[in-house]
Design a protein around this ligand. Structure first.
Ligand SMILES: [Zn+2]
Length: 111
């Protein structure tokens, strides 16, 4: 799971994405994978624990890509009026990882 590169505390993806929702073309960015990844990498996020800023390029890219998929997979995942993420992204990421591991396990057990 994503961690603050400075204090090491776990970060909530929903909170991180909400920090990005105030940029001008946020709506457009969240719909375009390349723009989204680029925006994340260059964005200065603020850690809610230590208050320090760090660039999104220090976040796990694999998770950022999954977040993009989740945001686009679910209709109404973002409440644009209130600039809030409606999905519990961390729970969904954890579930996704669990299913992935389960899938691997099942495949290993099949002779
Ligand atoms: Zn921190």
């Amino acid at each position: 799971m994503a961690k603050c590169p400075l204090c090491g505390k776990p970060l909530d993806w929903g909170e991180l994405i909400e920090q990005m929702l105030n940029i001008d073309n946020a709506e457009e960015i969240t719909r375009d994978r390349e723009k989204f990844m680029e925006a994340i990498e260059g964005f200065a996020f603020k850690c809610p624990h230590c208050g320090e800023e760090f660039y999104g390029k220090y976040l796990p890219r694999e998770e950022a890509e999954k977040v993009f998929e989740l945001l686009n997979e679910f209709k109404g995942s973002i409440d644009w009026e209130n600039r809030k993420v409606r999905l519990r992204l961390n729970s969904l990421l954890a579930l996704d990882k669990m299913l992935e591991n389960w899938d691997k396990k099942v495949k290993r057990e099949v002779p």
